[in-house]
Design a protein around this ligand. Structure first.
Ligand code: ZN
Length: 485
């Protein structure tokens, strides 16, 4: 780890490998939880298979980005210097078909949906990746990899396409624990393959499809090659963690491994896969329509609540989507948020997050990113904080608030983080101005009530409601929030 690290990340823990603490991750390849040892001390490199930008994202699409956002935040908290690559698959059969159907260019479909994905990631508080390479920007790197694989006898050209010879790579199907003899043979009816199980790295050009010049004629990338080529370019021949959804294990990740390792790369050292968002037990899909699109969901639910809902179940557990479960998540987050607000009011100032999270929270996170256990620590701390408020113990309440903010911050769920205030109508400064004004108006309503001028009191309340504010009368006086956010 670099020597200046401590001054850069002053409030972070000692990095795991040096401090006797070890992060553990479930490695799909080993089929068990393994201690994480970084390739380079103090650093972690992560490659996550990102979006195929054929349509706007629904919440199931964003879950993967969110799970790995929490992973990188935890590594950063533990003192690691994180390099996070998430690619954009901006060319594939569906994108091309959609362009044809809509009489548009394939790339206009890709760009439009890439923006929708980025808006979705951003709305739910995912930090931008260190690098976000597009497949079509890396054709030279793909050609170089194919040339190397052909030279080493792992790939061959046939009718302008380039195929990977799966029998030439003994480690094929190790990740998904399958046997090549049992593999169902794809009935593509493609001529030129030496074995029906060989997969296309490069597809020969067809009329009306985009294509690029190669030593084997014009054509376009198959899906799998881009990730091996881009991981090599941005993270080198070996890197720490490769991630993606469960559905990518086969064939995508098997094919990535075959290409990269046969090329001579060590490739990923840990394979981490996130589970899906399901509906009636099935993986959420586009056929559900627009109702679960992130752009629609954020109209009805506050983005921070969506993040809580999608980010707090364990990354390896399926989330069976229902409005009821989302409402429960909203109520649970409301209890945390309510404490943060009341304790902040009690403190009379913004209490900064504690420098360190409680040890039990850290242990839960170290253990294969055990967010559900970590969340239980947050709720316990909130209950302790509420008891302190009830007992009028200001110091104790402030101490618990600082802990709660530190823990929420690691999960990207601190309601006092200015990034969430933006979504509710402005930055922290503007919020302060509005707060002063609303309190002034509420004092006038209070005065009207005291002189039993009910008409005026009701009219003030109605006007505040009409301007989009929701007023709640509590034991400590009225509180306002922006309605429906
Ligand atoms: Zn990939």
């Amino acid at each position: 780890m670099p020597r200046d690290r401590e001054s850069v990340a002053g409030h972070y823990h000692t990095p795991t490998t040096l401090g006797g603490v070890t992060i553990r991750l479930y490695d799909t390849s080993a089929r068990q939880i393994r201690d994480f040892t970084p390739l380079t001390p103090g650093c972690v490199s992560i490659y996550l298979c990102g979006a195929t930008v054929q349509a706007a994202p629904h919440i199931g699409h964003i879950r993967s980005g969110l799970n790995f956002d929490i992973m990188r935040r935890w590594f950063a908290y533990r003192g690691y210097d994180v390099t996070f690559v998430r690619n954009v698959t901006d060319i594939d059969d569906k994108i091309i078909a959609k362009g044809r159907d809509q009489d548009r260019t394939w790339w206009s479909i890709g760009y439009e949906n890439e923006r929708a994905f980025n808006a979705g990631y951003d709305a739910l508080g995912c930090l931008p990746p260190t690098y976000e390479p597009r497949a079509t920007g890396h054709v030279p790197e793909m050609i170089e990899m194919m040339r190397g694989l052909i030279e080493r006898g792992h790939a061959y050209e046939a009718d302008g396409s380039v195929y990977f010879d799966v029998r030439s790579f003994p480690g094929y199907l190790q990740l998904s624990n399958q046997d090549l003899d049992d593999l169902r043979q794809p009935d593509e009816g493609v001529s030129g393959k030496r074995d029906p199980r060989d997969f296309a790295m490069w597809k020969a050009t067809k009329p009306g499809e985009p294509d690029w010049e190669t030593p084997w004629g014009r054509g376009r990338p198959g899906w799998h090659l881009e990730c091996s080529a881009m991981a090599h370019k941005y993270l080198g021949s070996a890197f720490d963690v490769h991630g993606g959804g469960l559905d990518l294990i086969f064939p995508h990740h098997e094919n990535e491994i075959a290409q990269a390792k046969a090329f001579g790369d060590e490739f990923a050292r840990y394979w981490v896969h996130n589970a899906w968002v399901t509906m009636s037990g099935e993986k959420m899909s586009k056929s559900l329509g627009n109702s679960v699109l992130v752009s629609e969901m954020v109209k009805n639910w506050r983005p921070i609540v969506l993040r809580y809902y999608l980010g707090t179940p364990h990354y390896r557990s399926m989330i069976e989507y229902s409005e009821e479960s989302l409402r429960e998540a909203e109520a649970a987050f409301g209890r945390i948020e309510g404490f943060v607000q009341r304790a902040t009011e009690k403190a009379g100032r913004t209490v900064p997050p504690a420098a360190e999270v409680p040890p039990a929270f850290a242990e839960a996170m170290d253990d294969d990113l055990g967010v559900p256990h970590a969340l239980a620590i947050i709720h316990t701390t909130v209950r302790q904080g509420n008891s302190a408020l009830g007992a009028d113990d200001k110091d104790e309440a402030i101490a618990r608030l600082a802990e709660v903010r530190a823990m929420l911050g690691v999960l990207g769920l601190d309601p006092l983080d200015p990034r969430w205030a933006e979504g509710s109508g402005g930055d922290e400064e503007l919020h302060g101005v509005v707060d002063t004004l609303v309190r002034l108006v509420l004092q006038q309503r209070e005065a009207a009530r005291e002189r039993k001028d009910w008409g005026t009191a009701d009219a003030i309340r109605d006007q505040l409601t009409q301007s989009g504010l929701s007023i709640e009368d509590g034991p400590d006086g009225p509180r306002w929030t922006i309605a429906n956010r």
